[in-house]
Design a protein around this ligand. Sequence first.
Ligand code: IDP
Ligand code: MG
Length: 139
Amino acid sequence: MSTDFTFSIIKPNAVRTGKTGPILAMINEAGFEIAAMRMIKMTYAQAESFYAVHKGKAFFEGLIEFMTSGPVFVMILKHENAVELYRKLMGATDPAKAEPGTIRKTFAVSVQMNAVHGSDSVENAIAEANFFFSGIERF
Ligand code: IDP
Ligand code: MG
């Protein structure tokens, strides 16, 4: 698989409120190809490991509680320059600062419940995709 992919999560607030379909539509309309996708409910240990870089920050425990509060969709998205383009499509972490037309501006309800995750570098996209998917699950 080429490195022109990113890893994304549709977060529990968005899944719970029926925004999975509309978010997938925005992703498809932006030209991304879904190369792998699965619905899971993360364990506390999985979420802690996934977000290990944020350990010790004030928002860490709340983030882990939130990310384990319900099912999420994990997915690999293919596109040329996928990491950067998907960060643009998501918008800023804080929805108040996100550009109109971005996924977070449209679907986030707070800084914490900001609808989607997207890898912030090619290295992290590879690591995060490998964390959730085996090679035979990818197209
Ligand atoms: P990112 O998701 O835009 O890359 P990060 O800084 O990596 O943002 O933070 C990871 C996640 O932690 C955010 O998407 C959000 O859910 C949560 N988060 C970040 N900063 C805060 C905060 O100040 N308060 C509450 N939650 C936060
Ligand atoms: Mg991040």
